[in-house]
Design a protein around this ligand. Sequence first.
Ligand SMILES: [Zn+2]
Ligand SMILES: [Zn+2]
Length: 376
Amino acid sequence: MKSPMPESVPSLAAIGNGRGGFEIASTQVRSPMGSEVRVRMAAAGVCHTDHQSLNWDGPLVLGHEGAGWVDAVGPDVSHLVVGQPVLLNWAIPCGHCLPCQQSHGHLCDRTQGLSKESPSVASPHTEWQQQSIRRSFNLGTFSEYALVRSEALTPLPAHLPMHEACILGCGVMTGVGSVINSANVQAGESVVVLGCGGVGLSVIQGARIAGAKTIIALDKRLESLERARRMGATHTWRIEDNDAKFEAALAHVRSLTDERGADYAFEATGQHSLAFAPLKFIRHGGVALQLSGAHGEVSASMLDFWWDKRYLTPLYGGCHPPRDFPKLMRWIDEGQLDVASMITRHYPLSQLQEAMDDMLAGTNIKGVIVFDKDRT
Ligand SMILES: [Zn+2]
Ligand SMILES: [Zn+2]
């Protein structure tokens, strides 16, 4: 039978079925055209969004974080060469629209669907069971090969291990970027972090790098609080089950901030019902940031907004790839940003279900799928 996609490569991939499940199956990924690049994946981080994506319209190649090597480039790509290590970034900036020109690549009109130009590669690009299928966030990193637009790629230094670098393009960027870009925390200021998973720990590291004097970590799990201390929290407080309104936690935060409340509070619990909780912990004129991408309806007491408080919902830590990824890589080199300790476990693609189960159970800070153990 003649293939409709010449020069395609076979690629084992995790395919979401749109009904909460997935299977690992063989796909075909075609050669790049125009400004497209085919990437041979080395490693891919597993994120709560991947679990949610199991219910998005299927079939869908799963995964939106990762790192790999350039496998083939389209005729219009001159800045990347075959074999080059690259980081994949899901908020693909076009580089030309107004947000991109204002260094807000994460809000790119094309990625946000506000421009006629699609952020995706030309279809058909991936074939499964003789049908053309989509790739999550136009990346689809739980796959031996990904076909992406070149704007989705940032070159990685050769010395940075792929199985660590692969998580930079989601939770780490979200946490660190929310501190550095969105809140713009300054040296000597005080920060509260509610929820100490992968994003919360990245907030703590960002606050430490920014020079925050007081970094108060709040979580229900003692293990998470121990990690928070290792990442730079100056104080930790365990939220008891009977403190649903955070009265005890708030009293503790006040005792550490001259009874005023913190300058900033970040919510990183992933629980949408807690969207407004960070407002409680900040002083008058402070800034509350909700990093869980909460949606749906959540009620709040207007008293929590008193007075002059600002409430932000940063997307992806305000990521502007050419500015931010080199900065994160430099901080890793300087030993300021500890990515390695945030990865709890590596899994082969065949164990993606286990990786998701561990993530949902909270046993991992971050799980990573590795495609070729010898090369990472
Ligand atoms: Zn993610
Ligand atoms: Zn743009």
